[in-house]
Design a binder for this molecule. Structure first.
Ligand SMILES: NC(=O)c1ccc[n+]([C@@H]2O[C@H](COP(=O)([O-])OP(=O)(O)OC[C@H]3O[C@@H](n4cnc5c(N)ncnc54)[C@H](OP(=O)(O)O)[C@@H]3O)[C@@H](O)[C@H]2O)c1
Length: 185
């Protein structure tokens, strides 16, 4: 039995868009810092967290920021042998979500697991029995997007108020947003 709980983390705008042309539709410095803090923080300082992402999301991360620091980076692709040659040593390349979970289960140094996109990886993680929570930054504005967060099944996921994230409205420039958590029933 796997002990790995998958937490999703994403920022989506009013039309549930998450990306355009291989990048983010907005520039939100504080929100990016929130992503870094949430995915990096550990309570056991001897451990690290894992981030699971699709190959296109990996490609979207500026070279100077990847692999994402202080986290085990796991990239999903159908072309494992090819992608393995493209990524730095230490980045784990696997052919699917179950293989990512198997890898995490096989290690004792990983505390939390964060699924960081994109669309199909979020969908697979939401439908997976190991799914726990969705940390969704809800941006109160519409942007042109070509990539979207999948529908959240509100029968299975409920909005919760947890003190681990700030509940009040966040603002950067003319953009307002909220940090929300949806928990699987
Ligand atoms: N706002 C946010 O929070 C957020 C978060 C993440 C990403 N984004 C944005 O979203 C966009 C990228 O996301 P995306 O949805 O286009 O791509 P993605 O999910 O990151 O990557 C898709 C790729 O992942 C691999 N893949 C997908 N499902 C797989 C499976 N079941 N098994 C094995 N491999 C699998 C395939 O790689 P191969 O083609 O190599 O086989 C596929 O082409 C960018 O615009 C990015 O900026 C936004």
């Amino acid at each position: 039995m796997s002990r790995t709980q998958l937490n999703l983390i994403a920022a989506a705008c009013e039309n549930m868009g998450i990306g355009i042309n291989g990048t983010l539709p907005w520039k939100l410095k504080k929100e990016m810092a929130y992503f870094t803090t949430m995915t990096t923080s550990v309570s056991d300082k001897k451990k690290v967290n894992a981030v699971i992402m699709g190959r296109r999301t990996w490609d979207c991360i500026p070279i100077k920021y990847r692999p994402l620091s202080n986290r085990i980076n796991i990239v999903l692709t159908h072309n494992v042998d090819y992608v393995k040659k493209q990524v730095p040593e230490g980045v784990i390349v696997v052919p699917g979500l179950d293989e990512a979970i198997d890898h995490i289960d096989s290690r004792s140094d990983i505390e939390s697991t964060w699924v960081i996109g994109g669309s199909s990886i979020y969908k697979a993680a939401m439908e997976h029995p190991n799914c726990g929570k969705i940390y969704l930054t809800e941006i109160q504005k519409s942007f042109d997007c070509d990539t979207f967060f999948p529908d959240i099944n509100k029968q299975r996921f409920h909005l919760v108020n947890e003190e681990e994230v700030p509940g009040e409205k966040q603002s950067e420039g003319d953009i307002n947003y909220y940090y929300r958590i949806y928990k699987r029933l």
